[in-house]
Design a protein around this ligand. Sequence first.
Ligand SMILES: Nc1ncnc2c1ncn2[C@@H]1O[C@H](COP(=O)(O)OP(=O)(O)OP(=O)(O)O)[C@@H](O)[C@H]1O
Ligand SMILES: [Mg+2]
Length: 319
Amino acid sequence: MHTPTTSAVVIDGLHKKFKGNHALQGVELEIGPGEVMGLLGPNGAGKTTLVKILTTLLKPDSGRAFVNGWNVTAEPEKVRSTIGMAGQYSTVDGLLTGFENLYLVAKLRGVGRRTARRVADDLLSRFRLTDVAGRPAGTYSGGMRRRLDLAAALVGSPPLVVLDEPTTGLDPESRLDTWEAVGELVAGGTTILLTTQYLEEADRLADRITVIDRGRVVAEGTSDELKAAAGNRLVVCVAEDRQLDAAARATAQATGATPTVDRRARRVEAAATDGQAALARALTALEGEQVEVLEIGLNRCTLDDVFLGLTGRTRREAA
Ligand SMILES: Nc1ncnc2c1ncn2[C@@H]1O[C@H](COP(=O)(O)OP(=O)(O)OP(=O)(O)O)[C@@H](O)[C@H]1O
Ligand SMILES: [Mg+2]
């Protein structure tokens, strides 16, 4: 049954277990039409599992998910017809040429031969693959393959495009290409769900970000909202190495948080939830410890700090 809704995606209490491993533990998520939702989480958080359920490749144990009003378990064909997917694991067939890959997808989507040829040619040109269109995709570079995979997701101009870590392992130039392609989609009004481990990517592309960890949503909001909720960081740079411990003590006292000490940069940093007041206390405490301060200030949290605060892991540790 089609449920009238203004949301492109509604996810309601999704659970999925793999042999006792609880990959999704009641995920809730909603994406508005034309919105870019960034799904952020460390390795094993459940991103791909969620994406697979949404694209009907996997059935949930419980809970419901709707894509453009269609229930993913009850109406999988309807869902598949309104969704384009570029996965963490490429669907491109290496034995077929770039053109054949796209032509085949178009045919599978039920368009006639002539249209399929035009669609394939258009996409190849849009993703700068015309020159290599006649070569087996298996001979493509990683970046070309990824572009072809992305092009395949756009066949038939689906209203929702799901991208699972579209730039993982890409060189910087191909990453920029992909970002540009996503930008074009956004301009055209396509709704996008984008999973990523790159905070910069989420910051740059997503209207809203959902952070998941261990199968649960741990935060949701715009990048600015997430940063603001994480508060400020107090940063103190000192003149001499031997003053670092005293500076760390003063910072801990002022903020009530455990500071991180960067010995090489002679820098002490700690979360400062009450910002300015913590800064004032720090100045007094540093004075008391007779620390010679070179630089002191409040920094806004980066998305990296947000991620660390929420998941207890940095992206690098998680990887
Ligand atoms: N087919 C499967 N069988 C058993 N366990 C699975 C299966 N698929 C996923 N899992 C487990 O479910 C959890 C979530 O995995 P998932 O692939 O969704 O994470 P992810 O967020 O996409 O991680 P990554 O960033 O590494 O891609 C992990 O603990 C994973 O080992
Ligand atoms: Mg994954």
